[in-house]
Design a protein around this ligand. Sequence first.
Ligand code: IPM
Ligand code: MN
Length: 352
Amino acid sequence: MSRYHIAVIAGDGVGPEVIAEGKKVLNALGSPVVTFTDFPWSSNFYRQTGRFIPEGGLDEVKGFDAIFFGAVGDPDIQDHVTLNNLILPIRRYFDQYACVRPAYLFHGVRSPLADRTGGDIDLTVIRENTEGEYADIGGRIYQHTGQEVAVQTAVFTRHGTERIIRYAFEEARRRKKKNKVTSITKSNAQGYSMVFWDEVFKEVAREYPDVRTESLLIDAASMDFVRRPQDFDVVVASNLFGDILTDLSAIIIGSMGLAPSANLNPERKAPSMFEPVHGSAFDLIGKGIVNPLATILAGAMMLDFLGEGAACERIYRAVADNLRETNLRTPDIGGSASTSQVGDDIARRVAG
Ligand code: IPM
Ligand code: MN
């Protein structure tokens, strides 16, 4: 029987609340056997030790099969400090360059878009996850003077651009849905990096004559996610554009609380990381009403990546059945159930 060792970083805010339900559901599977090792890395850990990740911490995690991540962000610590010291270093250190963010409108969930019902929206955003606008390069001079200058550089390498675009085409083949890849840039204004991206997209597309392609500018794509979401299948975008589009793709399927995310190292040279798209949600902490489904679905994606497609299916089916058949859901999607009641229901269905 397969046994997987998972490093768990529950993190800040509602992170521990959603991770508890994610573990509950994975434990309910029985097979495969998933064991968890908790790492306390978080803003509280930073307050106590002065670091988000202890010396040598990442190498300790390296031997695990995957990382299950909750959320990070704290009202008392500037976000760029938290994020640049915890989640972004993990994505880069383990070369988790493919961020996969599926958005599926489940039957029984109301989209804020008029006339969209279950199954109408079924797309996945492939976000470049290690470079682009998130490259930690830049500087500030003459701070707090009238001459102040801030520079932040976006980095697009051929290696990085080619591999994420190729991943998107492979994903389109794997999904067997609309067999289409939409590439997002802003090449009408950003004449170097984004024109380069468009060129690489055309080159790689030639290797996949069976897959249809489309290139959109980010502004028009944002409009089209609202106007014609049913036309999208795989969408590939740079780090920042993918970040922004995946809040949009999360809300059109009914809630941020339904959107899972996988940070993949497709070559499996290092562990991949699975998390909800949402953050630490200060306003919900401790109320027991945060939606655990995004994290539960991230757990399913983790199993799929580990080669346990059937177990992944069981979890997806349990979530779909819960949403189609019951009103046992958290307030963000119109229910009055608690986080743990939802987790219990999914765990029961998975075990059944
Ligand atoms: C996300 C988040 C992160 C990102 C933040 C927390 C750095 O918004 O995972 O989408 O921008 O990548
Ligand atoms: Mn985001």
